[in-house]
Design a protein around this ligand. Structure first.
Ligand code: HEC
Length: 157
C-alpha cells in the first residue's frame, strides 16, 4: 500500500508532460484566473470555436451578445457583450474564463466548461487517462482552445 502510494506520488511529481499532451481538468493551473498553458498544444480552430458559441454544451450566446454573430438570433443578456473581449483580456485570461469562470469571477452564473465536479479519482489523475461518464467536462480541451481562438478575434478596431 504505502510503497504503491509513494510510487504514484513520485511519478506525479517528476513526470514531465509532453508539450502536445492534453491537460486534464484537475491539472489546469490557474494564475489570477488565467491559464497560460494551452490545454492541448494544438492551436485553436477559429471556425470550430465560432460554432461552439452557438451549439451544444457551449451555447455562449444564450447569455452573451456578440455583434459578429448577428446572423444568429436570440442573444442573451445575462452576461456582458463579448464584443471587444480580446481587447479586455489576454489569451491566457480568456482560456481561464472559458475553462472555469468561477476562478476569475467568484460566484458567477457562467458554467465551468472545463471542470469535473466532485472527487478526483487518483488513478485517473496519475495515468492522465480521460475520465468517463458523468465526470466529462462540458467542453473538451480542444473545444476550449477553439473557443479561445474565436474570442481572440473579437476586437474593436
Ligand atoms: C449561464 C450564462 C452564461 C453562459 C452560458 C456563458 N457565460 Fe460567459 N459570462 C456570464 C456572466 C454572468 C459573466 C460575467 C462574469 C460575472 O459573473 O461577473 C460572463 C463573463 C464572460 C467573459 C468575460 C466578459 C468580458 O468582460 O469580456 C467571457 C469572455 C465569457 N463570459 C465567455 C463565455 C463563453 C466563450 C461562453 C461559452 C463557451 C460563455 N461565456 C457562456 C454568463 C455566461
Amino acid at each position: 500500500m504505502k510503497s504503491l502510494a509513494t510510487t504514484a506520488m513520485i511519478t506525479a511529481l517528476f513526470a514531465t508532460p509532453l508539450a502536445a499532451e492534453t491537460v486534464m481538468p484537475m491539472n489546469v493551473v490557474y494564475e489570477d484566473g488565467a491559464v497560460a498553458q494551452s490545454l492541448t498544444g494544438t492551436p485553436g480552430d477559429v471556425k470550430s470555436g465560432e460554432e461552439i458559441m452557438n451549439k451544444g454544451a457551449g451555447n455562449c450566446i444564450a447569455c452573451h451578445q456578440v455583434t459578429a454573430l448577428n446572423y444568429l438570433s436570440f442573444h442573451g443578456e445575462i452576461g456582458p457583450s463579448l464584443d471587444g473581449a480580446a481587447d479586455r483580456w489576454s489569451e491566457a485570461q480568456l482560456r481561464g474564463i472559458v475553462a472555469n469562470a468561477k476562478v476569475m469571477f467568484d460566484g458567477t452564473m457562467m458554467p465551468s466548461f472545463y471542470k469535473t465536479d466532485g472527487f478526483t479519482r487518483l488513478g485517473d489523475a496519475y495515468t492522465g487517462e480521460a475520465l468517463e461518464g458523468e465526470a466529462d467536462p462540458l467542453l473538451t480541451a480542444q473545444q476550449i482552445e477553439d473557443v479561445v481562438a474565436y474570442l481572440m478575434t473579437l476586437k474593436f478596431e
